[in-house]
Design a protein around this ligand. Structure first.
Ligand SMILES: Cc1ncc(COP(=O)(O)O)c(C=O)c1O
Length: 464
């Protein structure tokens, strides 16, 4: 069919990201821009335009005004997704040889940053929901336990990363977590990839952005949780703990030398949408529409799980013994495309466009799916065999350069991995380079392989 043709093909109901829903919810100004002579907007860092790291020009002005609107000191737009800005943040927060404390459900980009920054990823366990097979959020007490263990393992911890909200839309009490981290005099980077629209504080019952609780650095994926084009992101910084020079130096290291002005304009306009009254009215009505849809589905006995994000629907497939990955295929056949298929759930992202007549169709597809697979007993998932905090056995950079061999998972006991095992989405690593494959981890990975047959291989590459 060819890529160009594929891009214009219809895909049914978009319940996947980007959140603008194939253009429906793009800001008006961007829609207008894209309707002009094709390519007219494709410009590099010209003098009047500038770029995210250039102190003069339209982009510098725009970043200043966005930071002012949000109430932080500085911000930088990004054209390589939250991925690029999370990685730059980590390189700004820690020096080679220092450790960064991160939750086990951290996005793979943060682990990758440890590789090229020579940082030690100190990974801490997070609560796990055995009825649905994915991670949950944790509280201050949990984090205090993590700190106690982490300090026994490593005395040079430079920073802490938190992920909030999660991909499925669960949200923690961020105020107390940030307070705890600051009580150890450490800076905190919050991966708020899925929570950009929270900065609008549109309703008091929705979670607040970590920015309002004093997080030092916060990264938003503007295509995941605001109406930005794919690849758009922003990094917000406040306070004295992280030197802006170090942030800029790290962005420069990873950013293309020709950032797209179209994407940067999309960063600007998607942030503006989170503050302009007309756009906010629309966002409010999307949220209300999503809440009505959820109520309707629950009323029709569709098993949905509770979360804190009205725009994310978590279908609890394992409640009837079904895999979210199999149920996803059935929805796709019926032209409803979800976002995140996992062994026990299927998460749909409603995004910022309207889905008015979705309810009845959703119920019909779910009921047909249930009938065709047969209603089974609920399935439960084993907790991952992670210690409360763990440090890779070998430094990352050492594994990267090591010679390796490919062995069957079951033959890997006692070996050191050189690869990341990481189903995508969600992009949360189950194994990282430098970790030892003990018996419990191997058994668990073999079990995970059954759940993610197309994503996890029979083999793993280990140091030879
Ligand atoms: C929690 C989290 N952080 C960061 C990212 C990376 O975002 P982006 O696609 O904007 O690079 C993802 C992507 O799935 C994610 O789920």
């Amino acid at each position: 069919m060819g890529l160009v043709n594929l891009l214009s093909a219809s895909r049914g109901e978009n319940l996947f990201l980007p959140a603008h829903g194939r253009g429906n919810a793009l800001p008006k100004k961007i829609k207008r821009l894209l309707k002009l002579r094709p390519g007219i907007w494709d410009l590099p860092e010209l003098f009047e335009i500038g770029g995210p790291l250039i102190s003069e020009g339209a982009i510098a002005e725009s970043q200043k005004s966005s930071a002012y609107e949000v109430g932080v000191d500085r911000c930088w737009y990004g054209v390589n997704g939250a991925t690029g800005l999370l990685q730059s943040s980590l390189l700004a927060l820690a020096s080679p040889g220092q450790a960064v404390l991160m939750p086990r459900n951290v996005h793979k980009s943060c682990i990758q940053a440890c590789l090229f920054g020579g940082l030690i990823p100190l990974l801490f366990d997070v609560p796990y929901l055995t009825d649905r097979g994915h991670a949950s959020v944790f509280d201050r007490k949990w984090l205090q336990r993590v700190f106690k263990k982490a300090k026994e393992l490593e005395d040079d911890i430079a920073a802490v990363v938190l992920v909030n909200p999660t991909y499925q839309g669960y949200s923690a009490d961020m105020e107390s977590l940030i307070q705890e981290i600051h009580s150890h005099s450490l800076p905190v980077l919050v991966d708020e990839a899925h929570g950009a629209y929270l900065i609008s504080q549109i309703r008091p019952d929705l979670p607040k952005s970590a920015i309002s609780f004093g997080a030092d650095l916060v990264v938003h994926s503007l295509h995941k949780s605001a109406p930005g084009l794919v690849q758009c992101a922003v990094l917000w910084s406040q306070g004295e703990k992280v030197d802006p020079f170090k942030i800029e130096r790290s962005i420069e290291l990873l950013q293309t030398s020709s950032p797209s002005s179209l994407l940067l304009a999309s960063c600007e306009s998607s942030i503006k949408e989170l503050f302009e009254s007309k756009a906010l009215k629309k966002l409010k009505s999307r949220i209300e529409e999503a809440e009505l849809l959820k109520d309707f589905l629950i009323h029709k006995d569709v098993p949905l799980l509770k979360n804190s994000d009205p725009l994310r629907i978590i279908l609890h497939t394992s409640r009837y013994g079904l895999s979210g990955i199999e149920v996803d295929k059935s929805f796709i056949k019926n032209r409803i495309i979800g976002e995140l298929a996992e062994p026990g759930t299927l998460t749909f992202c409603l995004g910022l466009s309207s889905h008015k007549r979705l309810g009845k169709r959703f119920v019909r597809i779910w009921n047909e799916t249930l009938k065709s697979f047969g209603r089974q007993k609920p399935s439960f998932f084993k907790r991952p065999p992670f210690s409360i905090v763990s440090k890779p056995y070998k430094p990352f950079s050492c594994c990267w350069g090591s010679s390796f061999e490919k062995v069957y998972l079951q033959d890997a006991i006692g070996r050191i991995s050189v690869e990341m095992v990481c189903p995508y989405p969600p992009g949360i690593p189950l194994l990282i380079p430098g970790e030892i494959l003990d018996e419990a981890r191997v058994d668990w990975l073999i079990e995970q392989k059954c759940f993610w047959p197309e994503q996890i291989s029979d083999f793993v590459r280990v140091i030879s």
